[in-house]
Structures are given as structure tokens and as C-alpha cells.
Design a protein around this ligand. Sequence first.
Ligand code: HEM
Length: 137
Amino acid sequence: MNNSRWPHAFFAAAALYAMIGVCWGLAMGATHNHATYSAHAHLNLLGWASLGLMGTYYAILGQAVSKWVKLANFVLSNLGVLLMIPGVYMYLGQAGPPALYGPMIGIGSLLVATGFLVFVVTVIMGLFRPASPAATA
Ligand code: HEM
């Protein structure tokens, strides 16, 4: 994938999570059943807000970041959300056996954390990358 497509990939995933999260919120409001609000909140904040912010960083400041770093960040963060959020949903709604949702939450949250680690290291390394000649400060 061309480097410039990575912000689009992050935004496409983020927008999908936002659509699901917003519908989830509407469903909670309509049914007056807020039992799963924490999973809704984490989907919106990890899926929509965090992936959107990562995509924004790569669009504005990430041109020099290797595509493998962006790929690793994208895969880890998305797999994490896709495992963790259904796991938290099952846990809150008591909709599945603990033997299933326990590992989903555990592995998913570790993947999310590792995705953030990749992102944090990338951002900090960017701080020390030589500035382009056009930059003034
Ligand atoms: C149409 C859009 C949305 C609707 C109808 C909606 C609805 C809801 C509802 C009903 C709750 C449960 C409140 C409670 O029981 O305390 C909730 C919680 C929450 N939502 Fe949403 N939501 C929407 C979009 C979003 C978005 C876009 C975000 C973040 C980017 C978000 C973040 C949160 C958070 C953080 C909580 C937990 C708040 C708390 O601790 O009480 N929501 N939402």
C-alpha cells in the first residue's frame, strides 16, 4: 500500500467503528437498557477517537514513517478492538461463557496496548527526526 493511503485506512476503520458505536448508543437510548454502555464507550474512544487521531498524525506528520510501522500499528489496534469490544459486551451482558470472553478481553486489551506502544514510540522518534528544509522551527 502506498504510504499516503495509510491515513485513509485508519479513517475508514475509525468511521466504521463510529457508525457502529453511534447506532449502539441509539439502541441503548431507545431501549433504556444501558447495561453495555462501557463497551459502547470503549468502542467509540478506542475505535473512533484513537484510530482517528492516529490517522491524523500519520496524515500530517507521518510521511517519513515506514509502512511496516503503520501496518503494525493498524493491525494491532484493529485486532485489539475487534477482540476486546465484543468480549466486554459479552461480559457486561452476560452473553457468553467466561472461558470465551475472558481471553477475548485479555488478548484484545494487550493488542490495543501494543498498538499504542508502537504509536508512542513512533511519535517520540519523530520528535528527533531531522526537520525537512522547509521547516522553520
Ligand atoms: C448518537 C450517538 C450516541 C448516543 C445516542 C450515545 C448514547 C450513550 C448512552 C445511552 C450512554 C449510557 C449513559 C449511562 O448509562 O451513563 C453512553 C455512554 C457513553 N458514551 Fe455514548 N452515545 C453516542 C455517541 C458517543 C460517542 C461518539 C462517544 C465518544 C467518542 C461516546 C462516548 C461515551 C462514553 C465515554 C460513555 C460513558 C459515559 C459514562 O461514564 O457515563 N458516545 N452513550
